[in-house]
Design a protein around this ligand. Structure first.
Ligand SMILES: C[S@@+](CC[C@H](N)C(=O)[O-])C[C@H]1O[C@@H](n2cnc3c(N)ncnc32)[C@H](O)[C@@H]1O
Length: 186
């Protein structure tokens, strides 16, 4: 399963074009006022690095973790281009565990693996921030995604319900439908 994922994403990231773009996710940029100016950050399934580079340029010491070597190579190139410093970590999230109390900031964009929810909760330090955005059930109207790849409505609110919810939205605008969260670990 993971080998197939790796091949799929290495293939998608094999050209010079940045398929997810070089600019950060809108949700991250719009809520950048909630970020600190230092600390350790983990970008889960960070791909070509757009969000890693953005938070690195805001002062965080960032690790961009992904299964795709091609994605991480492009992430390093983007960091170089934007004069930011990031660390890349080639890892398969199906077989990795996140260290406890390690990060002040966790980013997870356009990726869903429910087995990671407990790891995300653990790896954040108390007071740490989580930015999470990915597709919801509504997205099945516009795509051939499988149900297990999308969030249930309100799912992030339930999973991180004991965190302080700083921002939350669910958007359903053809052709996209997604949920976005910023939450702080107590
Ligand atoms: C849609 S991309 C999102 C990239 C990035 N978060 C963004 O929004 O720009 C999904 C990412 O998940 C990564 N991925 C998929 N399965 C993975 C796994 N088992 N372990 C680590 N990364 C994985 C892919 O390589 C890809 O970079």
């Amino acid at each position: 399963m993971s080998l197939k994922d790796k091949e799929k994403w290495d293939d998608k990231f094999s050209t010079d074009e940045y398929i997810t773009g070089k600019e950060p996710s809108r949700w991250l940029e719009e809520n950048a006022g909630l970020l600190n100016t230092s600390g350790k950050a983990l970008d889960i399934a960070g791909g070509e690095g757009r969000n890693s580079v953005f938070v690195a340029s805001r002062g965080y010491e960032v690790t961009c973790l992904d299964i795709s070597q091609n994605g991480l190579t492009k992430a390093r190139a983007l960091a170089h281009e934007k004069k930011a410093k990031i660390t890349t970590l080639h890892a398969d999230l199906d077989n990795s565990s996140l260290l406890e109390n390690e990060y002040d900031l966790v980013l997870c964009f356009n990726f869903l693996d429910r087995n990671l929810f407990s790891g995300i909760r653990k790896t954040l330090k108390s007071g740490g921030l989580l930015f999470y955005e990915t597709f919801t059930l509504d997205y099945l109207k516009y795509s051939s995604f499988k149900r297990e790849w999308v969030l249930e409505l309100n799912e992030l609110l339930q999973v991180f319900g004991d965190f302080r919810i700083l921002r939350y939205q669910e958007v359903d605008e053809d052709p996209r439908a997604f949920a976005s969260l910023v939450a702080q670990k107590p």
